[in-house]
Design a protein around this ligand. Structure first.
Ligand SMILES: Nc1nc2c(ncn2[C@@H]2O[C@H](COP(=O)(O)OP(=O)(O)OP(=O)(O)O)[C@@H](O)[C@H]2O)c(=O)[nH]1
Ligand SMILES: [Mg+2]
Length: 200
């Protein structure tokens, strides 16, 4: 799959602001600052289309990225950012839930985690929701370039254990910086778009 055209089609806060449901969508969720927006840039081969920041809490809306006019990658706000007020947290959670619970054209939801860190309670809750909703449960363990080779397997095993993943095909070690494993992830995205998601 080659992505020739991409653009930020829509920034939405409320469901009334979402684009129509004519194109399949694949969404990416995870903790603040894990690298969701950077992941989308790397897949779309765009440096700065999705805005990123070294400070957590950058993406606060549901951002729809149109690719080739064939499908959309959806960037969600991160959760678990400690330095924010209770009411802000609630607002972001609502933005995420509204999207995930109201999209008939949602083919798959990926969980993005930082390969250096053990998944949090919220990651586990999010992952359980993904599985219970009938999605496959793909995980991108990103920031691979930030750890030494000897740590990769060990850290992947911790992530698999914490999220109760026993199928190695569900988890991708990844780096948005080096683009390690981009081809494999692109192939997976292509498969999802071709055959649809696990949900009926
Ligand atoms: N070295 C390295 N840095 C990365 C990678 N992915 C993301 N980063 C950096 O991590 C920081 C956070 O990245 P974002 O893509 O903004 O993270 P996010 O998950 O979208 O964050 P929120 O929008 O706050 O939820 C930025 O400084 C990125 O440059 C990666 O694969 N390798
Ligand atoms: Mg972001």
């Amino acid at each position: 799959m080659k992505i020739i055209n991409s653009d930020l089609e829509k920034i939405a806060f409320l469901k009334e602001q979402y684009p129509d449901e004519s194109l399949p969508e694949i969404a990416f969720c995870g903790r603040s600052n894990v690298g969701k927006s950077s992941f989308i840039n790397s897949i779309l081969d765009r440096k700065n289309l999705a805005r990123t920041s070294s400070k957590p809490g950058k993406t606060r809306t549901v951002n729809f990225y149109n690719a080739n006019n064939e499908f959309r990658l959806v960037d969600l706000p991160g959760y678990g950012y400690a330095q924010t007020s209770k009411s802000e947290k609630k607002k972001w959670a609502q933005v995420i839930e509204t999207y995930l619970n109201n999209r008939r054209n949602l083919y798959e939801v990926f969980l993005i985690v930082d390969i250096r860190h053990k998944p949090t309670v919220q990651d586990k809750e999010m992952y359980n929701w993904i599985i219970q909703s009938g999605f496959c449960g793909f995980v991108i363990a990103t920031k691979l370039d930030k750890i030494g080779k000897t740590m990769i397997k060990k850290n992947l095993n911790i992530i698999k254990k914490e999220l109760c993943i026993d199928d190695d095909n569900l988890i991708y070690e990844y780096s948005s910086t080096s683009k390690k494993n981009k081809e494999a992830v692109m192939e997976q995205l292509e498969m999802i778009l071709k055959y649809g998601s696990g949900i009926e």
